[in-house]
Design a protein around this ligand. Structure first.
Ligand code: AMP
Length: 213
């Protein structure tokens, strides 16, 4: 099955993506993680992406579309995919349709103030990419990753002014995808304003309703 997750920053895409990918046995592909890896490895692509990411802007369509075209050709995508953070523009969505468009697009719906609250508490592990929240999902020892023991940090693009920019970018560039996918009859809106568990239950119900339990 081919699933796309769309949602504003901090709507819980990454968290939901992980269990959906396990449950359906399809690879979770996060463009954000792929780009961050390029930045960390200081590749040519990473150098192109870094400034945009730090400023809360989208990386250019040309760069991201090319990166995803390559990734979706890999063998593990034959039976489907779970895309976390792609597409984010109409151009990316049209490009994805040319390859293999999604069977279902889950929109994680959450309001602006809740987004800022969530992002200011987010902590990430730069070594293993685990994500925590100081209130909703804290690590066992403060500031330390449960999984690998590294020190947790605030992502550069989680700083408040960047967060506000990312919300603005989402409204302008990504929200047009709601009507794009709704017109195709593949969109489901899910309330993502509550806890992680409530949101997971809402996603499960939405998938079950579509006969995709
Ligand atoms: P994320 O981890 O999904 O929130 O992505 C972090 C940052 O990576 C975004 O703020 C963008 O700068 C960049 N990015 C991730 N996915 C895309 C995409 N599909 N198109 C353009 N830029 C992206």
């Amino acid at each position: 099955m081919r699933i796309v997750l769309i949602g504003p920053p901090a709507s819980g895409k990454g968290t939901q993506a992980k269990w959906i990918s396990r449950e359906y046995d399809i690879p979770r592909i996060s463009t954000g993680d792929m780009l961050r890896r390029h930045v960390a490895d200081q590749t040519e692509l990473g150098r192109l992406a870094q400034e945009d990411m730090n400023q809360g802007r989208l990386v250019s369509d040309d760069v991201v579309i090319e990166m995803m075209d390559q990734r979706l050709k890999e063998d593990d995508c034959i039976d489907g995919y779970l895309l976390d953070g792609y597409p984010r523009t109409l151009r990316q969505a049209r490009s994805l349709d040319e390859a293999a468009g999604p069977d279902i697009v889950i929109y994680l719906d959450v309001g602006g103030e809740e987004i800022v609250r969530r992002m200011s508490g987010r902590r990430v592990c730069k070594s293993c990419e685990a994500v925590y929240h100081i209130i909703n999902d804290p690590p066992m020892a403060e500031g330390i990753c449960d999984k690998c023991g590294s020190t947790l940090t605030i992502r550069d693009d989680d700083k408040e002014e960047t967060v506000r920019k990312r919300i603005e970018v989402f409204k302008e560039e990504t929200s047009p995808l709601i009507s794009f996918y709704s017109d195709k009859g593949v969109l489901v809106m899910v309330d993502a304003s509550g806890s992680i568990e409530d949101t997971s239950d809402n996603v499960k119900r939405a998938l079950a309703k579509l006969g995709k339990p």
